[in-house]
Design a protein around this ligand. Structure first.
Ligand code: MG
Length: 162
């Protein structure tokens, strides 16, 4: 049996006024922000769900219930660090992470490298192990009309010593 495990994560958050826009742990100047119990970092949430999926840890809703006041407004990068710790305890190492943000605006290209650095630091891995992409959906659907953002992530884990 192989020691490699793949995982996929998907997340959506609504864009509203009066919230900070935090994506990949970067505070991006914008007229709206993502709504959620935590900082609503849609990209990090997708990455965490991919990681928990690959490691059979369930999902982030189970790990960090949005009914728990402890997670109100919390930085999702902190939650990612916790997921990384759980992976280590189960004997998993990250091989690589690929993720894509679906957003009409703003342009996030200038922030992608920092997003990768933030997530790599939280997980204790190399920045080269993470790829961050972004795309619009050509004005279509809820990302296209600016009412929300979505993200997908795919990860590969390797089980060590076993
Ligand atoms: Mg979420």
């Amino acid at each position: 049996m192989t020691n490699l495990r793949i995982g996929h994560g998907y997340d959506v958050h609504r864009l509203v006024e009066g919230r900070k826009l935090i994506i990949g742990g970067v505070d991006i100047p914008w007229e709206k922000g993502l709504l959620g119990h935590s900082d609503a970092d849609v990209l990090v949430h997708a990455v965490m769900d991919a990681l928990t999926g690959a490691a059979r840890l369930g999902d982030i809703g189970k790990l960090f219930p949005d009914t728990d006041p402890a997670y109100a407004g919390i930085s999702s990068i902190k939650l990612l660090a916790h997921v990384g710790k759980l992976l280590g305890e189960k004997g998993y190492a990250v091989v690589n992470i690929d993720c894509v943000l679906l957003a009409q605006a703003p342009k996030v290209g200038p922030y992608r490298a920092q997003m990768a650095r933030n997530m790599a630091a939280a997980l204790g891995i190399d920045t080269e192990q993470i790829n961050v992409k972004a795309t619009t959906e050509e004005g279509l659907g809820f990302t296209g009309d600016g009412s929300g953002m979505a993200a997908h992530a795919v990860v590969l884990l390797e089980k060590l010593n076993g």
